[in-house]
Design a protein around this ligand. Structure first.
Ligand SMILES: Cc1cc2nc3c(=O)[nH]c(=O)nc-3n(C[C@H](O)[C@H](O)[C@H](O)COP(=O)(O)O)c2cc1C
Length: 357
């Protein structure tokens, strides 16, 4: 029997085309400068307070946290990237193996392709190599205006054994791509309906242009379990899509638009104090992780820097992440914080930059 999805022709993108687009995203992210060129995360505006005599023992620093019902050895989730295209099965398995090895979480890339083309599902299945990790599925929130509902969300979660699912909101990315989804009307209401009908934790994320405070306020009470701000300063999806479409960036101002990650964290924490908050978008070092947490995040997510290592091996992903986790431990030690709860209470210093305006 065909699913309700298949009875809605406008919801179906050709699976071949979808797989080609995913491969193009990976190729562009590997070959072109896809990060913001002028806009930064804003984290450089803050300093962690350095302590010359911290009351801490580096060997005893604890980075473990609980996130969506799972214990993680550090407040770090591998960001949503891929699935369904050529190399994505091995990318996902290498990321998942590394997450299992290091006790971290992982978000899958958009699962729309596997709901529309069952053969693509295998590239998202990682539970055999990562039985214990926090695993989050992923779908575009705009799909809720295109025939998707609670059944699709449950399938996306159940078919890969995920703990929950993040909806990505990406109006700028869709707007700059050829034939992207332009209809974002009524999605707060649709989210509320789906959240009420799905038991697993559901999140809302952006893709690198940031969740703004109006959006956070609008979704704060719909029953989501968490938010991932995915702010500006890291990967710009308006850049990626222009490279895919034109081979170059033809609208540079659109590519540099978004809410810096630091501002998005502060805004989201202020307007949705009860929700679990993931910070992503340009998190590139252990100090960035520490600052994001001190600004109010419960954990961070990192995508682009792990793509190349993931093409290579799980060990390469582990090496990249271990370096960053070691930096986080040093940052916590030298601010005198013994665990993540104490890091959350650290008062960051605001740097005053003097120079030409
Ligand atoms: C190759 C690649 C593919 C991505 N695919 C998805 C996706 O399918 N769904 C999604 O929600 N975000 C996706 N993202 C966005 C990331 O999850 C993240 O929000 C964004 O890249 C900002 O983080 P970064 O600066 O650490 O890359 C992708 C990112 C990369 C680099």
């Amino acid at each position: 029997m065909s699913s309700p999805l298949h009875s809605r022709p406008h919801a179906v993108q050709s699976p071949c085309k979808a797989a080609e687009r995913k491969s193009a995203h990976i190729a562009v992210c590997l070959e072109h400068p896809v990060e913001f060129q002028t806009r930064t995360t804003g984290l450089e505006r803050y300093d962690l307070p350095y302590r010359a005599l911290p009351e801490t023992d580096l060997a005893a620093i604890r980075t473990d946290v609980r996130l969506f019902g799972r214990r993680l050895r550090a407040p770090l989730v591998i960001g949503a990237m891929t699935g369904g295209a050529g190399a994505s099965a091995s990318i996902n398995r290498n990321l998942a193996r590394a997450a299992q090895e290091l006790g971290l979480g992982m978000m899958l890339g958009s699962q729309r392709i596997m709901l529309e083309e069952p053969a693509a599902a295998a590239s998202f299945r990682v539970r055999d190599v990562a039985p214990d990790i926090l695993l989050l599925g992923n779908l575009g929130v705009a799909q809720l205006n295109r025939g998707y509902g609670a059944d699709h969300v449950r399938r996306a979660i159940d078919e890969v054994g995920a703990d929950g699912l993040a909806f990505h909101a990406n109006p700028l990315q869709e707007a700059v791509q050829e034939a992207g989804d332009g209809d974002f009307r009524g999605l707060v209401r649709r989210l509320e309906e789906v959240v009420a009908d799905v038991r697993a934790p559901l999140l809302l994320k952006e893709v690198g242009h940031g969740l703004d405070t109006d959006t956070v306020r609008a979704v704060a009470a719909v029953g989501l379990a968490g938010l991932d701000v995915a702010g500006a300063g890291g990967t710009s999806w308006a850049r990626v899509e222009q490279y895919v479409r034109h081979g170059e960036v033809v609208q540079p101002e659109l590519a540099e638009w978004g809410i810096p990650t630091a501002d998005a964290i502060v805004g989201a924490r202020c307007h949705a104090p009860e929700l679990t908050l993931i910070a992503s978008g340009g998190i590139r070092s252990g100090l960035d992780v520490a600052k994001a947490i001190a600004l109010g995040a419960d954990a961070v997510a990192i995508a682009l820097p792990l793509l190349r290592p993931a093409l290579e091996s799980a060990d390469a992903v582990c090496t990249a992440l271990e370096r960053l986790l070691e930096e986080l431990r040093v940052a916590m030690h030298c601010t005198g914080t013994r665990d993540v709860a104490e890091l959350r209470r650290v008062h960051l210093l605001v740097r005053v930059v003097v120079g030409p305006s």
